[in-house]
Design a protein around this ligand. Structure first.
Ligand SMILES: Cc1cc2nc3c(=O)[nH]c(=O)nc-3n(C[C@H](O)[C@H](O)[C@H](O)COP(=O)(O)OP(=O)(O)OC[C@H]3O[C@@H](n4cnc5c(N)ncnc54)[C@H](O)[C@@H]3O)c2cc1C
Length: 392
């Protein structure tokens, strides 16, 4: 009997998906690696990067062809974040995910035909960059507490948007923003409405590009709305149903975070294996100490176990069966694992792990936000608990 071949987490990939992964890998080597340090210092990437990614077919690949996608399965779209994160560019995975995987799919799932046709092909080509603005200075986890209003004017033909948002990814680079507002401030969650707001409209202002501890190349901003007048046709989905729309779209966002998170941990582990295999201490390599070996074994096992769950979630999403609770479990479990694994990896680099010039330090600072954005892990636990014992 022949021995079983070693497990390879990509062994089920189709030949087409393998080719696509090669395209993404080449894109990272040619279009990202040489320039990343500069973008990291500048706090943002040039908009042309989106165009180049669009030309290479890396944006919204699972949208139907008629809307600019390639009509392939979700595994192709997620292969982009996977490769970016594994190679240490989680900031770019986040940035691309927001426009190509989150905003584009809000529009695809909720938009009018006119909205889809005017925005999606240009987004997939990287000519338009989208952002989504839910969080406000006074309301993050508790989104029902948002204060930004969109009140009808001109007999209901238009709405006037007033308020401010913070921590908005792609806030500096975006051409338009999906904004969560209150169209009926007295109606609680039922008064929430989403709008597509063109960033060129009078009254829309970008605030600071916020300084963060990690993911420096991804711009994150405050946004201000001072009587921004939008037509009623800018409503995304149904008036008053914004909260329900947010809940419906969150599983894909959390899937992106899970796929990127497990790849990020895998990449950090690969870098660590390489380092400890050559670093010498006490006349031998760091890899030869039993403590190192057992820790590496534990980390590898953690990565593969979580990969299996991320892959399952991708399959469920493809089959339109990824529910909010399962997506919350993936986001919570994988981002926790990611931070745990990367922390241990950094420890194995000793003092060099704390030096900015060693990529492992970037893995460490970039990972930390994964437990916070996209809904904090405490909120994920609340969502999961509700599915077991109802609301508190
Ligand atoms: C880099 C970055 C990018 C981001 N990108 C975007 C974006 O593109 N668009 C957008 O809208 N937002 C974005 N965010 C915002 C992000 O989603 C919020 O920061 C996050 O949801 C938490 O909200 P908060 O910061 O207001 O924290 P708070 O809600 O004030 O929470 C503070 C603490 O209290 C805990 N907590 C709150 N409620 C509960 C509860 N019921 N039970 C237990 N614990 C609780 C939280 O888990 C947290 O630990 C981004 C944030 C960052 C830092």
């Amino acid at each position: 009997m022949s021995a079983a071949r070693p497990y390879d987490y990509r062994s089920d990939d189709s030949p087409e998906l393998i080719l696509f992964r090669d395209t993404v890998a080449r894109f990272v080597t040619d279009e990202i690696e040489p320039y990343y340090e500069q973008w990291d210092k500048q706090g943002r990437v040039p908009r042309e990067l989106f165009k180049k990614a669009g030309e290479a077919g890396l944006l919204s690949a699972d949208l139907p062809v008629e809307y600019g996608g390639s009509g392939v399965t979700v595994e192709f779209a997620m292969a982009v974040a996977d490769e970016f994160a594994r190679r240490g560019y989680l900031a770019l995975a986040s940035m691309f995910n927001v426009s190509a995987d989150i905003v584009a799919f809000y529009i695809y799932n909720l938009g009018s035909e006119e909205q889809k046709r005017s925005l999606l092909p240009k987004m997939a080509a990287g000519e338009l960059i989208g952002a989504i603005a839910m969080t406000e200075p006074g309301a993050g986890s508790d989104l029902q507490g948002i204060k930004t209003t969109a009140l009808p004017v001109n007999g209901g033909e238009s709405y006037a948007i007033n308020g401010s948002k913070t921590f908005i990814s792609n806030g500096q680079n975006c051409d338009f923003v999906i904004v969560a507002t209150k169209t009926d401030p007295r109606a609680g969650a039922k008064g929430t409405t989403l709008f597509i707001v063109d960033a060129a409209l009078p009254g829309f202002k970008r605030g600071r590009n916020l300084e963060k501890i990690g993911q420096h190349a991804a711009d994150t901003s405050e946004l201000f709305f001072d009587n921004v007048i939008v037509p009623a046709s800018a409503v995304l989905g149904r008036v008053g149903n914004g909260f329900g729309h947010l809940v419906d779209e969150l599983p894909r966002e959390r899937l992106c975070l899970a796929v990127g998170g497990v790849a990020h941990a895998r990449g950090a582990l690969e870098k660590t294996v390489e380092y400890v295999s050559s670093r010498k201490a006490f006349g031998t390599t760091v890899a030869s100490f039993q403590h190192t070996r057992f820790e590496l074994a534990r980390l590898k096992t953690e990565v593969e176990v979580h990969q299996a769950f991320a892959d399952k979630c991708m399959r469920l999403y493809r089959e339109k069966r990824l529910d909010a609770t399962t997506a919350a479990m993936a986001k919570f479990a994988i981002s926790d694992m990611e931070c745990r694994v990367i922390d241990t990896c950094l420890q194995m680099f000793g003092g060099y792990g704390y030096m900015a010039e060693y990529p492992i330090s970037r893995y460490y600072v970039d990972a930390r936000i994964q437990r916070i954005y996209g809904g904090t892990n405490e909120i994920m636990k609340e969502v999961i608990a509700r599915s077991l014992v109802g609301r508190a």
